[in-house]
Structures are given as structure tokens and as C-alpha cells.
Ligand binder design. Structure first.
Ligand SMILES: Cc1cc2nc3c(=O)[nH]c(=O)nc-3n(C[C@H](O)[C@H](O)[C@H](O)COP(=O)(O)OP(=O)(O)OC[C@H]3O[C@@H](n4cnc5c(N)ncnc54)[C@H](O)[C@@H]3O)c2cc1C
Ligand SMILES: *[C@@H]1O[C@H](CO)[C@@H](O)[C@H](O)[C@H]1NC(C)=O
Length: 543
């Protein structure tokens, strides 16, 4: 409370301004933020185009990697007192993470690796440099009849970022996390050596600890990823369901959570609109059957309703189906960033707005981060929630209840994902517990619980202690064996972090592969750069 009062008397004008901006937020975003973000995006696309069309030089990959190695070797020759921990020089605002890791305190090594290197159709893999984006790879693969086994719905995410963090998608009930679809990593270690890392070569310990390591074990310089054969369309069925147990049972059943031999659909997802109502989406690769042209829906066009609103309409309309071009399916959540944009532009899904200005969306996450002031940064966790959490699906009902109790915001995103057992202390994730396993399988079905939005108390202008609620969520995770994605803010201390993640192998690998003293520790890399406890206190009271 004291913090709140201090802020009120010390920064009265600031609070008034913030209140005004909050009230007219949508307008401010549309008048200033969107056009600026759009120009920013144009400049960015131009840069990406130049890089792809004029500067692309996959044949120079080895030279670029050698340059990175040379820089790391030069760092090794510095006197110990001058050796700051290393990180890539990719600016923070380009990353999709909500935190702002202090790269300025590190020794930054340029990693200019933007090229797709090769497609191997007999092996069903594609080899890429780490800064290749989801947008870029889908544009490359889909016309050739493939897609990545695991991708993400956000065009700007990078394939390297997903590998060093975590990636999960609506195909993951068949293949697991993004890391399961990685055939090989190429990594420059802290001593400047280059290693190729696979599941069963001599560096398999590194193979299992690179995911969820966030660049704290080495510099990723190439990736070989599994691809899958696709068809031009996704045949989507929308199933509205009333009753919590009913929709939870249905999605568990459809995913094969309890039946390892089940032929599950290609894509599976649910959007939960309230405790008792959800729409389950079942998608399968398809060719367009003759005479079905009227059922094609170009969902990503600027004038179309936001995807989660379109989905919601089936609660009234009843079950329905349609054909969505594959790339549009994969990027279905891009325009409204799931449902994050609604909090910024409350009238953004209005048909008139969509028709005239819909093409301005989405605001670029990079632009939003680039222009983030300390006040805005504080609001990203005190007045909003951004969490993706991997949780065991056998307690899906409980997850929804806990989320409602702590955050009181809908919709909630749910899609299933296998978590594989790679043995005790193999990587940062622990093997699924016995009650979480699919009978007879070496995996258990988990799911992503995506909670993005403005918590109920904040909407109602009531007191809201974000840190307390978030810590309660983390405690729940630790108890049930779940893991929040580390792109989002965490509120754990180091001890709690080590209870959640198993760092046994990670610490061993850091020692063995020269990461100690060369790269920050995982906890230090992902913890928020600001004192969330102090900031949280200051923003507890409603404006
Ligand atoms: C609203 C929202 C919803 C989301 N939903 C999902 C979801 O459903 N599923 C999902 O999988 N993800 C989701 N994400 C997040 C996404 O997983 C991460 O942001 C992801 O890590 C990719 O981001 P990036 O490319 O910006 O990576 P970065 O943030 O740039 O990188 C991730 C980490 O890897 C490190 N790194 C990157 N490149 C290298 C390199 N070459 N060498 C060494 N280290 C490196 C970085 O330092 C960083 O710690 C969501 C994000 C948002 C904002
Ligand atoms: C694909 O991989 C196989 C097995 O490693 C290899 O023999 C073949 O040459 C590769 N093909 C291409 C086009 O790289």
C-alpha cells in the first residue's frame, strides 16, 4: 500500500496522464501507434527482402560461422577481468520475449545468420540458419508441399529462438515440442569450437539441454528440422461444446491422451470462452474437393473477422466446417496476436474498422517493444497477463479453474502436446509422472494453457496484486509438474526455479562445454530485468 500512496502523491500528473491514455487507448493506438508500426514493418520487410533476394548467400554459411568462432576465440584471449559474459547482438526489442535482458552488460557477438541452407526431401529435413523466421520458412516450404512438423502461429518468431526457448503448436499432440522435431543443432561453444549435436551422437547430453537453455550454452549457428508432407488446405471442423468436463474430455479423447494408437487429427486446438463454453477445432490436411469452392475461407485477409471471433461465432451457429489455405491456417492467430490486440484496440474487430484499417494489423511486437517506456513495461505484467504454460492434460479442468480464480480473463487457449520421457535428469523438463502418462507410451499428454489479456479486477478497476497471483500460478505449476514458457515474465526466486526445472544435466553440461564464465546462467538470463516485486507493489492499486 505504501508504494501505491507514494506513487500517487509523487506522480499525480503522471497518473492523470496514464489514466487519460488508458481511457482513449484504442484511439491513440490507431492514430499514432499503428501507422508508425506499419512504416516500421514496411522498412523491416524491405530489409528482410533485401537480405533474402540480394544478400542471401547460403554458400557463405561456413565463412559466417568461422567469423563467429574467431570472435569467440578473441574473447577467450582477453584478460579474465575484461571478459564479460557473452550473448548475441540481436537487439532485445526484436525478440518476442516480454522481458528486456540487459545485453548492454554483455559482450555481444554478431550472429548474422538469416538463410535457408538446404532442403533434403529424402531425409525429410530442412537445414536453416537460426534467424530464419516462421514467415520465411512457411513461404519457402508450403509451395513445395511441406511444412515444419512444429511451427508457431507468429510470423516474426525465429527458428533459432524457438529452438533455444520452446516451441509448441497444434500439431504437437502428434510429435511433441519443437525440440522433438530437431534432427541436429550446430553450436559454437564458449571455447570457440563448433559442434554438431544430435540425439544420439557423442553430444547427446547437449542435445537434451539446448532446448529451454535460452542461449546460455553456446551460439546456435544452424538447425536441421523435421518437415512433414502437407496438402494445400486444412479442412477445419468447429465443434462448440457446453460443459467443462465435456469439452475437456472431448479434447483429451481427440488428442489420443489415453490411447497411444489413436489416429488423431492433424491439428487440434480449443478456445475456451468461459468456464463452461469452448469451441474445439479439428483440422486435417486436405485437397479441395470439387464443388466445395464456396467453403474456402481466406481467414487472414484484412477485412475478415479476427480468428478467435470467427471461432466464437460457432457457439451460436452450431457445428460447422470449412477449408482454409494451409499458410493461412498456420498464421491464423497472427493478425490479432491471439486476442492480445483487443486490449489495445477495443473496436478493432468492428467490420468498418477492419475494412478500412484492418490491413494495419497486427502492431509489430518489435515496434511495441522498441517504443516501450518503463511505465509501459510495468504495465505488461501488472495490468495484463501474458503466459503460456505447459501443464498435464489430465487436470485440464483444474487448470481452467485456477486460471479463472487468479486472472479471471477469457478466452483461454488450449492445445495438446506430448511430453516425452527422455530419462531421469536428461534435460530441463522432468519425465511425465505416472498418472500423467498415456498407457504403454513413453510420453504423457500435456497442453499449452495460453492466458493473454487484462485480468478481471483490472478491468473492473479493483485492486490487483499481479505478483501475488503470478506466484500462485507458478506454485500450482510446481505442484503439478508444469512449466511456464520462459519468454514471459517469471516471478520465482532461484530456488523455486530449480524446483520447477531440473537443472542437473544443465549444470553438468555447462561445466563440460565451457559455458560457465562464458554465458549467463539460465535463471539470470530469463528473470525479468526489473525488480518485479517493487514495481508490482507500486501498481497494485487501480488507477
Ligand atoms: C502472445 C504470445 C503467444 C505465444 N504463444 C506461443 C505458442 O503458442 N507456442 C509457442 O511455441 N510459442 C509461443 N510464444 C512465444 C515464442 O515461443 C517465443 O517468443 C519464441 O522463443 C520465439 O521468439 P523469438 O524468435 O523472438 O526468440 P528470442 O526471444 O529472440 O530467442 C529466444 C531465446 O533464445 C536465445 N537465442 C536466440 N537465437 C540464438 C542463437 N542463435 N544462439 C543462441 N541463443 C539464441 C535468445 O537469447 C533467447 O533467450 C508466444 C508469444 C507471445 C508474445
Ligand atoms: C539428404 O541426406 C542424405 C542422407 O544423409 C544424403 O545422402 C543426401 O545426399 C542428402 N541430399 C541432399 C539433397 O542434400
Amino acid at each position: 500500500m505504501a508504494g501505491g500512496e507514494g506513487a500517487a502523491s509523487g506522480g499525480g500528473w503522471r497518473q492523470t496522464l496514464v489514466r487519460l491514455m488508458e481511457r482513449h487507448r484504442g484511439l491513440i493506438v490507431v492514430l499514432f501507434c499503428l501507422p508508425a508500426s506499419f512504416l516500421f514493418d514496411v522498412a523491416f520487410r524491405l530489409r528482410a527482402w533485401v537480405r533474402r533476394e540480394l544478400l542471401a548467400a547460403p554458400n557463405k554459411h561456413h565463412q559466417r560461422v568461422a567469423e563467429i568462432q574467431a570472435r569467440v576465440l578473441r574473447w577467450n584471449k582477453l584478460p579474465p577481468s575484461e571478459r564479460k559474459l557473452m550473448c548475441t547482438d540481436r537487439p532485445n526489442w526484436l525478440s518476442l520475449s516480454t522481458t528486456f535482458f540487459r545485453k548492454d552488460l554483455c559482450h555481444r557477438i554478431p550472429v548474422p545468420l538469416y538463410d535457408i541452407l538446404s532442403l533434403n526431401e529424402s531425409q525429410m529435413t530442412v537445414k536453416v540458419e537460426p534467424m530464419v523466421s516462421v514467415g520465411q520458412i512457411t513461404e519457402f516450404l508450403i509451395p513445395q508441399g511441406y511444412t515444419l512438423a512444429v511451427t508457431l502461429e507468429i510470423a516474426d518468431a525465429t527458428l533459432g529462438g524457438l529452438a533455444m526457448g520452446v516451441g509448441m503448436t497444434t500439431y504437437s499432440h502428434k510429435v511433441g515440442l519443437y525440440q522433438e522435431a530437431i534432427r541436429a543443432y550446430e553450436v559454437v561453444l564458449g571455447d570457440g569450437s563448433l559442434v554438431r549435436v544430435t540425439r544420439d551422437n557423442e553430444h547427446s547430453d547437449l542435445y537434451h539441454t539446448l532446448p529451454w537453455s535460452h542461449g546460455t550454452l553456446g551460439f546456435l549457428v544452424a538447425l536441421e528440422l523435421d518437415i512433414v508432407k502437407v496438402k494445400p488446405y486444412v479442412h477445419m471442423k468447429y465443434i462448440p461444446v457446453t460443459g467443462q468436463k465435456k469439452y475437456c474430455d472431448m479434447i483429451r479423447d481427440l488428442s489420443g491422451a489415453n490411447d497411444k494408437d489413436k489416429q488423431a487429427a492433424d491439428y487440434l486446438e480449443a478456445t475456451v470462452y468461459s468456464k463452461e463454453k469452448a469451441v474445439i477445432m479439428v483440422g486435417n490436411f486436405a485437397d479441395l474437393p470439387p464443388g466445395q469452392e464456396h467453403k474456402v475461407n481466406h481467414i487472414t485477409r484484412w477485412y475478415k473477422p479476427w480468428f478467435y471471433k470467427h471461432t466464437e461465432s460457432f457457439l451460436q451457429r452450431g457445428e460447422g466446417d470449412e477449408y482454409i489455405p494451409l499458410r493461412e491456417y498456420l498464421l491464423r492467430h497472427n493478425r490479432a496476436i491471439f486476442w492480445v490486440v483487443e486490449a489495445m484496440i477495443p473496436f478493432g474487430n468492428n467490420p468498418l474498422f477492419r475494412f478500412f484499417l484492418g490491413w494495419l494489423l497486427p502492431p509489430k511486437p518489435a515496434f511495441l517493444k522498441f517504443t516501450t517506456t518503463p511505465g509501459v513495461r510495468a504495465m505488461t505484467f501488472t495490468k495484463q497477463v501474458f503466459q503460456d504454460i505447459v501443464l498435464p492434460m489430465n487436470i485440464l479442468e483444474k487448470q481452467i479453474d485456477v486460471s479463472e480464480e487468479l486472472f479471471d480473463t477469457y478466452p483461454i487457449l488450449v492445445y495438446p502436446c506430448r511430453i516425452y520421457d527422455h530419462g531421469e535428469h536428461a534435460g530441463q523438463l522432468r519425465p511425465p509422472r505416472p498418472d500423467q502418462r498415456c498407457p504403454g507410451a513413453d510420453w504423457g499428454m500435456f497442453n499449452d494453457l495460453g492466458v493473454y489479456g487484462v485480468p478481471g479486477p483490472v478491468r473492473r478497476k479493483q485492486r490487483y496484486d499481479a505478483v501475488k497471483q503470478m506466484r500462485a500460478m507458478e506454485k500450482f505449476c510446481r505442484e503439478v509438474g508444469g512449466y511456464p514458457f520462459l519468454y514471459a515474465d517469471i516471478f520465482m526466486d532461484r530456488k523455486e526455479f530449480e524446483q520447477m526445472f531440473d537443472l542437473t544435466a544443465y549444470e553438468r553440461v555447462r561445466e563440460k562445454y565451457h559455458a560457465n564464465g562464458a554465458f549467463p546462467h539460465l535463471y539470470d538470463k530469463v528473470k525479468p530485468e526489473i525488480d518485479v516485486f517493487a514495481v508490482g507493489e507500486e501498481y497494485i492499486d487501480p488507477l
